[in-house]
Design a protein around this ligand. Sequence first.
Ligand SMILES: [Zn+2]
Length: 262
Amino acid sequence: MAMGLLVLLVYGGYTAVTAFVGSDGEGAGSQQVASAAQAGTRGVMAPARAVATQAPGPVDCAVTPCVALTFDDGPVPQTADVVDLLAARGARATFYVVGEQAKRYASVLRHATEGGNEIGNHSWSHVDLRRADPRTAAKELDRTGDAIEEATGVRPATMRPPFGGAVTSVAAQAGLPQVLWSVDTRDWDGRSTASVVARVLSEAQPGGIVLMHDVKGTTRAALPEILDALMSKGYALVTVSELLGRDLTPGGVYRTGPAPTT
Ligand SMILES: [Zn+2]
């Protein structure tokens, strides 16, 4: 048992290194990293007991309390771990990805969509679109849409402006609603795993949209507890488009979705 654990950890360390020294972008290298990351998740992090699972199929968030978890700034190879934690529970989430990462780790992105997760547009290079000239800002969104569509076959339906800096006319011209959040875990601020868990559980409400970053190890470590606690409270974990519906206004700003009235 101890030997098996050691081997997996060493293997995980090896793949973590290759993820950042590999020069072949989205090719076989990142595919290998993605599958190794999944193996690591199953071998080391998966709890011994069975986890509660969400019923498959569509959810009506006006009847069932829903929360939309969102993960920004990836994909990175470790995004595959997040996807597997979600899949083990039948839960879904939305990944607001940066275009240049989407191009590099296209296979990770494809893996995410196969699990029923949604991919949103988070600009090409994570610039503050408010400070970019409108043509550059439009190109940031357009190139990212292209990269996501190329990787997954689906063009994103929503965008999230970097730094939460809404850019209404640029987003409207791109045909994209702007999805912000109702719960900021502040995981970007060097918070501990415990504080990320605590913030989600204390602030999540029906219809809530939770901001997290799958690029952060503390957040990935917090995720099993977050998922299990929200699900035990009766929340369905859905994508942004499942929560908000498809009939959104391009350029409009959305921070929450519907909640059951009773
Ligand atoms: Zn971001």
